[in-house]
Design a protein around this ligand. Structure first.
Ligand SMILES: [Zn+2]
Ligand SMILES: [Zn+2]
Length: 444
């Protein structure tokens, strides 16, 4: 008897971003799932492309509903398409929506995380305000502009908020704010044959803040730098008046005008500018803003889709980073028959975390995924300006991770920028590459 199959289509968003259409099938029964739809930039080109993709999803499913629609986390490159193609998505019937417990306004822990988060964001925004027009570091500016507020009104990024609101609306009949350990039957015709298990995001602020990879927590330790320790974020949040440095210790230049301050002349001499620490806070603040941005990655929903009749799993991790990965081993599963090890050992498909960055596939966890049929997909496009820029280009996919993925899958790694298949690689079923629109593989 044929087993339940799964088609996984990764849309080519043309830059960094995620948009996946899953089609599960058994005999004549079908079920569709959409996971994320977004791209990094919001250029008119990005927008046009995302609308084309949304229309293509609609065309593909025809009169069928999307049984499950997932928004993994509040980053533009995963959500913007829902906003840019709102009208198209509104035209699709959606049976169930997954957002994370961090999107649930009634969740108490979410409230606490949000409060801490807001303090840091507001401290960073103060820096931005106080330094308007003053030689503001571009990285800091970018980071501040992309910060999330978990839907907080007023200053949250407009697009991700809009997208989240749309998802809530589309899921009004059945919206699940998922937490680790929960298991669901996929709504629709295949509910007995496809189960969805939730591994992340962890319900722990400590885990959410843990975004950097220790030496053993990455395949690419050379890319791992501690940056800003999670602790620093906590301290900042507690500092008086939401200022990154305690006001007690800050001095303005004007304070020195009236006093006979030895060395002041030298301090003002442009030749010795490099000795000033005035701007040092900027690199600290930049680090913090970037860390906060990584924390958003860590709020990613992580799902394992179980093909029940063959005990195989498809693992979608969004942009989950170290703390999210580490938390999976301690999940208390609602259904005692489910176990994280069983999921990992029988994973036949892996959606690579955070576009292949060094801190989004944790070796100690991922090495448990040893199924001989393993296939991996990396939503990465080498033409993305973040990857090609000369100053600090993003290493995606990270070199050693990429190599390990190829080893483990015997070359069955697909990317958004693939235009043809490597002939030497063996596939149970040959993937389909549509040069313009998608890369697709079928698990049979
Ligand atoms: Zn992200
Ligand atoms: Zn992303």
């Amino acid at each position: 008897m044929t087993k339940t199959s799964a088609k996984i289509r990764m849309y080519k968003v043309g830059e960094l971003g995620d948009c996946f259409l899953l089609t599960f099938g058994k005999a004549k029964k079908l079920s569709h799932v959409v996971i994320d739809c977004g791209s990094f930039r919001n250029s008119s080109k990005s927008k046009t492309r995302l609308r084309k993709i949304a229309n293509h999803i609609k065309e593909t499913i025809g009169q069928n509903p999307v049984d499950l629609l997932v928004g993994t986390h509040q980053h533009n490159d995963h959500m913007s398409g829902f906003a840019h193609a709102e009208d198209i998505f509104r035209d699709i019937t959606v049976n169930q929506v997954f957002l994370s417990w961090l999107d649930n306004p009634k969740d108490k822990l979410r409230g606490k995380v949000l409060e801490e988060h807001k303090k840091i964001v507001s401290a960073l925004r103060d820096i931005q305000k106080a330094n308007k027009g003053v030689n503001m570091d571009k990285t800091l500016k970018d980071a501040l502009n992309s910060l999330i507020d978990f839907g907080a009104k007023g200053d949250g990024p407009v697009l991700t908020n809009k997208a989240t609101e749309l998802l809530k609306e589309l899921g009004q009949n059945d919206i699940e704010y998922v937490s680790p350990g929960m298991s669901y039957s996929l709504p629709g015709d295949l509910s007995e044959l496809v189960k969805v298990h939730v591994l992340g995001p962890p319900r722990s602020y400590v885990s959410l803040k843990d975004t950097s990879a220790g030496k053993k927590e990455t395949y690419d330790p050379h890319l791992s730098f501690l940056g800003v320790k999670a602790d620093a974020l906590n301290r900042v949040a507690k500092v008086e008046e939401n200022y990154p440095f305690n006001k007690k210790y800050t001095r303005k230049i004007s304070d020195f005008n009236s006093v006979d301050f030895e060395g002041y002349q030298e301090y003002q001499n442009p030749k010795f500018k490099w000795r000033n620490i005035d701007n040092d806070w900027k690199s600290m603040a930049t680090g913090m803003a970037l860390h906060l941005d990584s924390m958003t990655n860590n709020t990613s929903i992580v799902l394992a889709f179980e093909l029940v009749d063959s005990n195989r799993y498809l693992l979608f991790v969004g942009d989950a980073q170290t703390g999210n990965w580490n938390s999976w081993t301690n999940i208390k599963w609602e259904d005692e028959k489910v176990s994280t090890d069983d999921i990992l050992e029988n994973t036949v498909f892996y959606k690579v975390g955070h576009h292949g960055s060094h801190n989004a596939t944790q070796p100690q966890v991922f090495e448990k995924a040893n199924h001989p049929d393993l296939i991996a997909m990396i939503p990465v496009d080498k033409s993305d300006p973040n990857l090609t820029k000369s100053y600090h280009p993003w290493k995606m996919p990270a070199k050693n991770l990429n190599k390990r993925l190829h080893d483990k899958t015997e070359g069955r790694v697909l990317r958004m920028d693939d235009t043809k298949l490597d002939r030497k690689v063996n596939w149970t079923k040959k993937p389909k590459i549509d040069k313009n629109l998608f890369v697709e593989v079928e698990i049979i």
